[in-house]
Design a protein around this ligand. Structure first.
Ligand SMILES: Nc1ncnc2c1ncn2[C@@H]1O[C@H](COP(=O)(O)OP(=O)(O)O)[C@@H](O)[C@H]1O
Ligand SMILES: [Mg+2]
Length: 259
């Protein structure tokens, strides 16, 4: 679905010594199916932007339109029907005491609301086996194992498969590979691309990794002190190198300062 953020601003603790401007006139439109990567130093406002879209954080001024509809007064649970979120912590997306297939069944049922029976019959099992086998991790042979026994990368992969099962129209990924080792991060990013491209899901992905920011997505936003300081569309993004980002913004993999 299309997403329009118009001149959105957010100040936390206004008038207090802790006053923080988290969003400053943030303004962009994502077309249906567009995949934007968001980079920026710590405290730049990246998570606040995603939280504002999800409805967790109300904006002070400006507008947020989803498929042309003003959602500022729409509660989180209503927006959640169309939005899937994946966070940095692999422990957040899955239920550790449920098995892999039970987690998948819960996710599938949420996507189809009450009409999809939870029942783990043979057909569902086959379907889940097929979905999870694309990971190449052998998890399809461990469907009845508790998720607690999986590694961080495996859990994050499962979270993404589950997010995709819900058939969301908007995917919000907040540094969802930051806690993983490089190999697991690659796997999860590859899976991310497949899931969002397969269903043409509009996506915002926050990352600290400049290589990932350049390799994935069709648009790049750089945030600094609540504002978008770079908005590179597909063509410009394709021509950018890590060095360009370093040159223009003193970027390292973990830190980013505006020059
Ligand atoms: N719930 C909150 N209450 C007060 N300040 C907050 C809250 N959430 C974020 N902030 C502040 O807003 C700014 C942007 O934070 P955030 O969006 O989390 O940045 P990022 O994700 O880019 O690191 C920071 O200065 C942060 O301390
Ligand atoms: Mg953040």
């Amino acid at each position: 679905m299309s997403v329009r953020v118009g001149k959105a601003s957010k100040v936390f603790s206004p008038g207090s010594p802790n006053e923080k401007t988290a969003l400053r006139d943030v303004d962009f439109t994502l077309e249906d199916g567009e995949f934007a990567v968001v980079i920026g130093s710590n405290g730049a406002g990246k998570s606040t932007l995603l939280n504002a879209l999800a409805g967790e954080v109300p904006i002070d001024s400006g507008e947020i339109l989803i498929d042309g509809r003003d959602v500022r007064n729409q509660p989180v649970y209503k927006r959640a029907r169309l939005i899937s979120r994946v966070f940095q912590d692999p422990m957040l997306g899955t239920a550790p005491e449920l098995s892999i297939e039970e987690n998948l069944a819960v996710a599938a049922r949420r996507g189809k609301r009450k009409t999809f029976r939870l029942g783990l019959n043979r057909r569902n099992r086959e379907y889940f086996r097929e979905r999870i086998s694309v990971l190449g991790l052998g998890l399809e042979n461990r469907l009845s194992e508790k998720v607690r026994s999986l590694s961080g990368g495996q859990r994050q992969s499962l979270t993404l498969i589950m997010a995709g099962l819900r058939a969301p129209r908007l995917m919000l990924l907040d540094e969802h590979t930051s806690a993983l080792d490089p190999r697991a991060a690659e796997l999860v990013l590859g899976l991310t691309s497949e899931v969002v491209a397969g269903d043409a899901i509009t996506t915002l992905m926050v990352t600290h990794n400049m290589q990932h920011a350049l390799r994935f997505g069709s648009r790049l936003f750089m945030m600094h002190e609540g504002g978008i300081v770079l908005d590179a569309a597909a063509e410009e993004k394709a021509g950018l190198t890590v060095n360009d980002l370093v040159g223009r913004f003193h970027v390292t993999d973990d830190k980013m300062l505006l020059g």
